[in-house]
Write a protein that binds this ligand. Structure first.
Ligand code: PLP
Length: 354
């Protein structure tokens, strides 16, 4: 095996910054610029994102996905309200209580869904159930969906639109956690608008860090009657939470670099292609099963412990996942990125030959 093989498949967070983003950071590292988002790079964000999403937007760069989700939801949900999401959603399980903290104690209400894809009737049922409870239940003010979802599965735009319609009909706003939105769009082959505002999404957490940035996400409001009031004081929310970077230009240039020449979609397409290569290779092994379809850059595979042991001893990195009793073996999660190479995938697969 070549010495420099990249063995860490544990997350798309573990990889380096992509060269184009690093170059943009270097180029921006010149002279002085106004602080707190009043610089020339940040000024370009609304126009550039507006071009990509083909609509009017208000864009707020934030360093982490957790803060982006939490700040976005804090605008949509009153402290006495709640947000509904799938039971495996990142905001529910992986953000350390930040959404509840930022929402001033508002509740997260969860629903179980097949493969983490929320169903319209389940959404309607929970909304009606909470309404029927009157003052006993915090009213649901927002729906939060994740694209791609926690299993790397991609919502079809028509399904997102049906969920958004059901939510809007009951007065909810709709948030999309797009930590891996680029991977979803690359997988769907659709326009960014199709899986966002045209599918009823009001506010998006646009993911950059998993797709080549050093640290940059963006809260993107798709401007309409519902969202304009949220935008008004959003910068104050950012400031009050300590997330208003003074040297804002370094955040903004990362996002601009990702949008330039569709780099974000090229990076995501490459990551997805590498995931397909890995998934196809894994599926050929008689003792390996894939509990979820590989639709983006995350692969979940159930492997015998003996193979996991071999891979770990060979130095490959991945996470063991909770494995339901009906699955034989142990589920591991593998994630590919812009930086994964075909030879890295093949080196991994060479350790599980039959
Ligand atoms: C779906 C999803 N949303 C949000 C986040 C949060 O990102 P961060 O770690 O930057 O807070 C992650 C990170 O793993 C994620 O997978």
């Amino acid at each position: 095996m070549p010495e420099d093989i990249r063995k860490n498949f544990s997350s798309d967070n573990v990889v380096r910054v992509c060269p184009e983003v690093m170059q943009a950071l270097m180029e921006a590292n010149n002279g002085s610029a106004s602080a707190y988002g009043n610089d020339a790079h940040t000024d370009l964000l609304n126009t550039r994102f507006g071009d990509v999403f083909e609509t009017e937007v208000a864009v707020f760069p934030i360093v982490t996905g957790t803060a982006s989700n939490s700040l976005a939801l804090s605008a949509l949900v009153s402290p006495f309200g709640s947000v509904v999401c799938d039971q495996v959603a990142h905001i529910q399980n992986d953000e350390g209580g930040a959404p509840e903290f930022f929402m001033h104690g508002a509740k997260i209400v969860t629903i179980p869904s097949p493969n983490g894809i929320m169903q319209v009737d389940a959404l309607q049922n929970i909304i009606h159930e909470k309404k029927a409870a009157g003052l006993l239940a915090p009213p649901i003010h927002a729906l939060s969906l994740t694209q791609t979802n926690e299993w790397g599965i991609v919502y079809q735009p028509s399904h997102l639109a049906a969920l958004s319609d059901a939510a809007h009909a009951e007065g909810l706003s709709v948030h999309l956690d797009g930590a891996r939105l680029g991977n979803a769009i690359a997988s769907l082959g659709c326009a960014p608008a199709d899986t966002t505002w045209k599918a009823g999404i009001d506010v998006l957490t646009f993911g950059g860090t998993k797709n080549g940035a050093m640290a940059a996400e963006a809260v993107v409001f798709f401007l309409n009657e519902r969202t304009r009031p949220y935008v008004q004081d959003f910068k104050r929310r950012i400031k009050r939470s300590g997330h208003l970077w003074s040297k804002h230009r370094y955040l903004s240039v990362q996002l601009l670099a990702l949008l330039e020449n569709d780099l974000w979609l090229h990076n995501a397409t490459h990551a997805n292609d590498m995931a397909q290569r890995l998934s196809i290779g894994l599926a050929q092994h008689p003792d390996i099963t894939l509990p979820y379809p590989t639709e983006s850059n995350e692969i979940f595979a159930a492997l015998p412990e003996t193979i996991i042991d071999t891979l770990e001893k060979a130095g490959f990195g991945f996470y063991r996942w909770t494995t339901p009793p009906h699955i034989t073996g142990t589920i591991i999660r593998l994630v590919t990125s812009f930086d994964t190479r075909a030879e890295d995938v093949d080196a991994f697969l060479s350790h599980i030959t039959i």
